[in-house]
Design a binder for this molecule. Structure first.
Ligand SMILES: [Ca+2]
Ligand SMILES: [Ca+2]
Length: 192
């Protein structure tokens, strides 16, 4: 009680985030202050997120990809990102741990959040990723990767599944870990 004043992160959220991310209390508090400054309402809307995201990719069309990233961060599905979701997102995407990054990548590809990835979902994300590649770079891509369809085909091939089968999280992580090309194809170049 008494810690619901704006400007102070609640004890509950703080403790929760310390456990789930291993960030220090000082780090979380600092981020909270920044978050409150940038976002006084305490919630990031999809439009705000797209705008922030777009700034990092001025030469490409980041809108669709940003929408997918937003969806993957919005774990409680309420259409906004709160501080907790924001910090967990930061933790997952900035982590040096491959397993954690791939866990997030899985949620990015699992468009309907049902715990499996279909080829259609792979295609959808490949389309979004492809739009992130600046035009002049698209022209330099190898012939089996120069459209979003081809990229989806290639990526799907690494999982050893039929067209209408689906990929579970463990299979996704394994497929990507075992193939450098798969790892490259699930990423947007500018993000590394
Ligand atoms: Ca949310
Ligand atoms: Ca799915």
């Amino acid at each position: 009680m008494g810690n619901s004043k704006s400007g102070v992160v609640s004890r509950e959220v703080l403790d929760d985030l310390k456990v789930s991310t291993r960030f220090s209390e000082a780090e979380i508090t600092q981020w909270y202050e920044n978050f409150q400054k940038q976002c006084p309402s305490g919630r990031i809307t999809p439009a705000q997120f797209e705008e922030i995201y777009g700034r990092f990719f001025p030469d490409s069309d980041a809108k669709t990809y940003a929408q997918h990233v937003f969806r993957s961060f919005d774990t409680n599905d309420d259409g906004t990102l709160d501080f907790k979701e924001y910090i967990v997102a930061l933790h997952m995407t900035s982590s040096g741990k491959m397993a954690l990054k791939l866990e997030w990548a899985f949620s990015l590809f699992d468009v309907d959040k049902n715990g499996y990835i279909t080829k259609n979902e792979v295609f959808e994300i490949c389309q979004a990723i492809f739009k992130m590649i600046p035009k002049e770079k698209q022209e330099m891509l190898p012939s089996d990767e120069n459209t979003s369809e081809k990229r989806a085909d290639k990526l799907w091939g690494f999982f050893g599944k039929g067209e209408n089968e689906r990929v579970a999280e463990g299979e996704f992580v394994k497929g990507v870990m075992e193939n450098e090309d798969a790892l490259r194809l699930i990423q947007c170049e500018p993000l590394k």
